[in-house]
Every structure is written in structure tokens, then in C-alpha cells.
Design a protein around this ligand. Structure first.
Ligand SMILES: Cc1cc2nc3c(=O)[nH]c(=O)nc-3n(C[C@H](O)[C@H](O)[C@H](O)COP(=O)(O)OP(=O)(O)OC[C@H]3O[C@@H](n4cnc5c(N)ncnc54)[C@H](O)[C@@H]3O)c2cc1C
Length: 444
């Protein structure tokens, strides 16, 4: 049998449903260059994806096969020429990818070629009905689905690809300074993962919230590019760290929310927030983006984002809460900025998490009463200022207490920006506005 395996973001050999039959059948790995849509606005992510794609091409060649890269315009001609018995590609909740899959399925139907959609981007299948709360999703869908079994696909030992006389497009390539530290081969990613499992996993529940401890797996960019299999991550952690498995479940939870409610890319899941009077303040947004808000933990997070294209979960929560609840800026502005910077940018995860932190993502969201104070967060989660100083060299030698006391900070580091907002007043305004909006929506 001859099978075309259309790779998009499943850029690995191990545990990959696209290569499941490689030892028994001819496989034609194919990447279709989407030249019809605008170029990837997030060059950090593009850098990772194209690097992984090139590596996959090399790994396939090492096994005797060949990864074809053709332009969108050449796709139909390619299938007509290759005449496969089957085409496999993976399901994706991202509306753009979904549209691409629908168009591909129509094309193959027209050409009379059998096709099969594979699940790879989540651990569990999409539930028929959406789950709005994580707790219910976890108990009613995630855990029962795991009990029913999670497949494993063998790593191919050889790949036999027929030679086809097609005009191939060059694999694109782009490298940004922020993405450099993340560029790894599949083997290196698996080595990094194994190191985390051996050295860090047991402490995960206790340390994941401490950014200076570097206690999380840092796998999200590789999950995004499919350089590591979620199923592999589950197998290695199930029974060892329930907290880690819950983190994996969050990824599936947000994927199913976005799959059922793709319109949340533009509007809050909770309609009480549709008319929230967000402030327009381009100067405040610019200072947030630059990491110059005058609140060291927020600034450290935003500078890490600019330097490395990544932040851990706790810091993402702090900076997102600061933008929406202290500066009263629309969550969509923050979400868009993240979408352009993060090496792990993923619409389902990004939109779901932004709405959750803002409070507008449905019943599970952080309650509007719980406004995270960035100074208190720093005392709790970066008590020695180790993380903060890592990204704010100008605060290297000031006493730690000054990092969480604006009056002392002004004396200890006179050149550092003054706080751009009065936290107490901002908190009051946010709570009053949210309460009023929710009441108004209920009354309507
Ligand atoms: C405002 C905001 C925006 C975010 N945007 C994104 C995004 O665009 N892409 C993205 O992958 N994650 C996003 N997250 C979720 C989370 O911050 C990252 O997945 C996590 O920090 C990745 O670090 P890690 O791989 O070390 O995670 P670990 O703690 O090691 O967790 C293991 C894996 O579980 C999954 N996971 C953990 N926490 C979450 C979570 N809260 N939501 C979804 N999945 C989770 C990730 O796949 C992660 O790689 C966002 C969070 C917030 C608060």
C-alpha cells in the first residue's frame, strides 16, 4: 500500500500516527507550504517549526525515505501523480488548520483517494458536548478516556518513499534571536524530557509555581511543534505525578473549549463580559510590552518573553492579570501580543488561558474578586528575587525587600520606572466594573 503522510505540526518520528505503518508500506511524507495565507506573524514560532521540519526531513532521509515539500498550488498535481491508496493527516482545533483539512478532504474526495483523520494534538478525543469547567472535564471525560486506553505508535525503523518527478519547494527557514535557545532536534528534546522525568517530576507539584526553580518541563514549545508526543509524556508521568497529569489535562480542556467555541478567538466565552468598558491606553500597553511598568515581577516576565519567547505559567498569570485587571486593558490585546511572541503560541491554549485569567472564560475562570497583586505574588513566588533579577540586570544589587516595596525601590534604583498604576485604586475599579457588568448582563 502507498500512504501519503501529510505533516503539519507533528514534526517527529516517535509515537506518530502518521508513520504508524512505515515498516509495512510505502510512505510519502509530505509538507504543503501554505503560500496562500499571509506569512507567519510569529517569527519565533516559525523559526521553531521550520527548524523541526528540516530536522524531520533529515531523520526521514536517514531511514531511507524522503520528505516532499510542495506549494499549495502544486498539491492537487502532487496527489494525482503520487496516486496513493490512503492519505493521513491530523485533526486540529485551530480554525485555520480545520479549514485546510476540510479543503484537503474535498480535494481527495474529488480525486477518489481514501483519507483518514488522525488524533495527535490532544490525549483524549473531542467530547461530543463541550465541558465548560475543568473539574467536570477532568472527571467525566479526561480520566474515563484514559481508562479506555491511549494508543502508542511504533517509531519507524525504515521509511520507503517512491521517487516522484515533482517540482519541490524549498523548505522555508527563519531564525530569530529569541528562538535560538529552543532549537532542538527530536533526540535532544527527548533527552531533555527524560532529564525532567528523572530529576524534577517528583517535585513538580511543590515547585512548579516557583519560577526561579525552573521546575517545569519546558515542553510546551515542543508540544506545539509535535516534537514530543503528549502520549509519551502521559505514559512517563501517570502514576508518578498527578499534578503533572492535570497540567496535561488542562491542555486538552482548552483544546475542546476552542474546538466547540472557535468564536472565542474574538469574544469572551462568558457573554456578561461582551460590553466590558476596557480602557484604551496605548502608552500603558507599550510599557507593559516593554517590561517597563515599574513592577519588577511583571517587568521581568515581559522581558523574559521578549528575550526567550517563553514564560512559565505563574508569570504568565501575573502579567496577564496585571494587564487586564490593573490596567483594565482588553484581554485580546494581551492575547495578540503573546500570539506574536511565544515560541509555544497556540490559539486554543492562549485564548483559553487569557480568558481564564481575565475572568471571562466561563464558570471556571479566576473570580473577579481575586485580583493578583504583583507585589504580593513576588513575595510568595520569588521571595529572594532570583527570577526577577535574572531579567532585570538594573536591579541586580538592590536589597530584596525593595523589589516588593515601591517606596524603597524608588530610593534603591532611582532610574527604574515609577509604577504606572496605583494597585489599590485599580483593584477597586476592576472589581466594581466587573460586578456591575455581570449584574447588568444577568438582569438583561
Ligand atoms: C495568559 C496565558 C497564556 C498562555 N498561552 C499559552 C500558549 O499560547 N501555548 C501554550 O502551550 N500554553 C499557554 N499557556 C499555558 C502555560 O502557561 C504553558 O503551557 C506552560 O507554562 C508551559 O510550560 P511547561 O511546558 O514547562 O509546562 P509544565 O508545567 O511542564 O506542563 C506540562 C505541559 O502541560 C500543558 N500545560 C501546563 N499548564 C497548562 C495550562 N495552564 N494550559 C494549557 N496547557 C498547560 C503544556 O502542554 C505543558 O507543556 C498560557 C498560560 C497563560 C496564563
Amino acid at each position: 500500500m502507498r500512504i501519503v503522510a501529510v505533516v503539519r505540526r507533528e514534526l517527529r518520528l516517535h509515537d506518530n500516527p502518521l508513520f504508524q505503518d512505515a515498516d509495512r508500506h510505502e510512505i510519502i511524507p509530505l509538507f504543503v507550504l501554505d503560500d496562500s495565507s499571509p506569512p507567519e506573524a510569529n517569527t519565533n514560532l516559525a523559526s521553531l517549526l521550520f527548524f523541526a521540519l528540516a530536522q524531520l526531513g533529515r531523520s526521514i532521509a536517514d531511514l531511507g525515505g524522503h520528505l516532499y515539500c510542495v506549494s499549495q498550488a502544486q498539491q492537487e498535481a502532487f496527489f494525482s501523480l503520487a496516486r496513493p491508496d490512503l492519505v493521513r493527516f491530523c485533526d486540529d482545533v485551530d480554525p485555520r488548520a480545520r479549514d485546510r483539512n476540510v479543503a484537503l478532504a474535498h480535494l481527495l474526495d474529488r480525486l477518489g483517494i481514501r483519507h483518514q483523520l488522525q488524533g495527535d494534538h490532544t490525549l483524549t478525543p473531542m467530547p461530543a458536548e463541550p465541558f465548560r469547567t475543568f473539574a467536570r472535564f477532568y472527571k467525566r471525560h479526561f480520566l474515563p478516556s484514559l481508562e479506555r486506553g491511549v494508543p502508542t505508535y511504533p517509531t519507524p525503523r525504515r521509511i520507503v518513499t517512491p521517487a516522484l518527478p515533482v517540482a519541490e519547494a524549498a523548505l522555508p527557514s527563519v531564525t530569530t534571536p529569541a528562538s535560538k535557545t529552543w532549537l532542538r532536534t527530536e533526540k535532544e528534546v527527548l533527552g531533555m524530557w527524560e532529564g525532567f522525568v528523572v530529576r524534577r517530576l517528583e517535585d513538580y507539584a511543590a515547585s512548579a509555581d516557583i519560577p526561579a526553580a525552573d521546575a517545569t518541563s519546558r515542553m510546551s514549545p515542543y508540544v506545539r511543534c509535535g516534537l514530543i508526543s503528549l502520549r509519551r509524556m502521559l505514559r512517563d508521568t501517570r502514576g508518578v505525578s498527578a499534578a503533572f497529569v492535570r497540567s496535561l489535562a488542562r491542555h486538552d480542556y482548552f483544546a475542546q473549549l476552542f474546538g466547540h467555541f472557535p468564536w472565542t478567538a474574538e469574544r469572551a466565552l462568558d457573554e456578561s463580559w461582551w460590553h466590558f468598558p476596557w480602557r484604551r491606553d496605548s502608552e500603558a500597553v507599550a510599557r507593559w510590552q516593554e517590561g517597563e511598568t515599574g513592577f519588577p515581577l511583571v517587568d521581568a516576565g515581559m522581558r523574559q518573553l521578549r528575550q526567550e519567547g517563553w514564560m512559565d505559567q505563574r508569570i504568565r498569570m501575573v502579567v496577564a492579570s496585571f494587564l487586564t485587571r490593573d490596567l483594565l486593558v482588553d484581554w485580546r490585546q494581551g492575547e495578540q501580543f503573546f500570539a506574536h511572541q511565544l515560541v509555544d503560541a497556540d490559539p486554543a491554549q492562549n485564548i483559553g488561558n487569557w480568558q481564564w485569567v481575565t475572568g471571562c472564560g466561563g464558570p471556571d475562570s479566576v473570580h473577579y474578586f481575586r485580583v493578583l497583586n504583583p507585589l504580593v505574588q513576588a513575595q510568595r513566588f520569588d521571595p529572594d528575587g532570583i527570577y526577577t533579577r535574572r531579567y532585570l540586570p538594573e536591579l541586580q544589587s538592590i536589597p530584596t525587600t525593595a523589589l516588593t516595596r515601591p517606596d524603597r525601590l524608588r530610593q534603591a534604583a532611582p532610574g527604574y520606572p515609577r509604577p504606572i498604576v496605583d494597585l489599590a485604586a485599580a483593584r477597586r475599579t476592576f472589581i466594581e466594573t466587573a460586578r456591575r457588568e455581570i449584574r447588568r448582563a444577568k438582569a438583561a
